[in-house]
Write a protein that binds this ligand. Structure first.
Ligand code: NAP
Length: 320
């Protein structure tokens, strides 16, 4: 089969399309024919060798994908060849024509969700679900700011929070992104590259502030986020690309708190909860993964460059 291999950590150019043996499923394993693989920002940090999780080299990147079950190993009972599935982590990497997974890493893909959309389910929706429901314990009627709402996680959070009955404010850095965020359920949108947008945002809450913030770029925004919070407000740090300074008194005076999460550190029980909630939302169509770009697997390097550029508009997916 064809697969992307990383033989040394480095820039996007280390992603090379190679011919490798197609894996065979052992006991408890499933072989999935990948129709689309999702690119996440963490794939780029891992490829560069700067992520806390460093896979042994060479490796094939990718934890997110969707396709059909090709073969199952002994003892597998939850899926059979031909089933449509999305994958949430793999044993051999999703940037390939086939991926080997454990039985509990494949999940049914509802019929209304196509394969490219299915490649944008795991990391974005699981992160949004965890941040809203488990970290922040969001409640209907609360006001939420999704700071960075136009990307994979942001859109997932906007759709989910809208369906849960929160008032959703979302930011994006382009007109196209703002339109998308509004269309997917934000009640109000703000451009995070326009000076003065935080004052406008605060004004829109009548000076009360927001109850919750999901933060995609904490190194840039955390200090200001704390000043936007209402009493007992919560920030969940989802993304950060550097250091930052905060004023602790902003937290003290509001009895506020900062939470942080890492999808790789959640428990098995939490993971089961995430999938149950996500699949129900996909079936009900309150969750609708948005695909911004489909590019050939051979151009994975281009995907890794583009995922870190601004102007996000949903997911970038690779088609083997
Ligand atoms: P993505 O699809 O690349 O989207 C990035 C988002 O950040 C876009 O909405 C982008 O908006 C926005 N952004 C750019 N500049 C911003 C600013 N100054 N303030 C606020 N937002 C800004 O990435 P993603 O998959 O949604 O992931 C978002 C971040 O969370 C990444 O850093 C990722 O590594 C991290 N993450 C963490 C976890 C975890 O477990 N903790 C899980 C998933 C993702 P425009 O492009 O419209 O400007």
């Amino acid at each position: 089969m064809k697969a992307i291999l990383v033989r040394e950590f480095g820039g996007p150019e280390v992603l090379k399309l190679e011919e490798v043996p197609t894996p065979r499923p052992g006991p408890g394993q499933v072989l999935v024919k990948i129709h689309a693989a999702g690119i996440n920002p963490y794939d780029t940090y891992m490829r560069a060798g700067v992520y806390p999780v460093k896979p042994p080299l060479p490796y094939t990147p990718g934890s997110d994908g969707a396709g059909t079950v090709d073969a199952v190993g002994e003892g597998v009972i939850s899926v059979k060849p031909g089933d449509r599935v999305y994958v949430a982590k793999t044993l051999t990497g999703a940037y390939a024509q086939y991926a080997l997974t454990l039985e509990n890493q494949v999940h049914p893909l509802p019929s209304k969700v196509n394969f490219s959309q299915g490649a944008g389910v795991w990391v974005p929706y699981a992160t949004a679900y965890y941040a809203l429901n488990i970290s922040a314990r969001a409640r209907a009627g609360e006001t939420l700011l999704v700071h960075g709402a136009s990307g994979g996680v942001g859109i997932a959070a906007v759709q989910m929070a809208h369906a849960m009955g929160l008032k959703v404010l979302g930011t994006a850095g382009s007109d196209k992104g703002l339109e998308l965020v509004k269309r997917e359920g934000a009640h109000q949108t703000f451009n995070h590259s326009t000076p003065g947008y935080l004052e406008e945002l605060m004004k829109s809450t009548g000076g009360q502030g927001v109850n919750l913030i999901l933060e995609m770029l904490a190194n840039v925004n955390l200090g200001q986020d704390l000043k936007l919070l209402a009493k007992r407000g919560r920030v969940v740090i989802i993304g950060s690309r550097g250091d930052t300074t905060i004023t602790p008194r902003d937290l003290m005076s509001r009895m506020a708190s900062v939470h942080a999460m890492m999808l790789w550190a959640i428990t098995e029980a939490e993971e089961s909860e995430l999938h149950a909630g996500i699949i129900a939302g996909l079936e009900a169509e309150t969750l609708r993964p948005i695909v911004g770009k489909e590019i050939p697997l051979a151009e994975a390097a281009r995907g890794h460059k583009e995922v870190l550029e601004s102007g996000a508009f949903g997911k970038i997916v690779l088609i083997p």
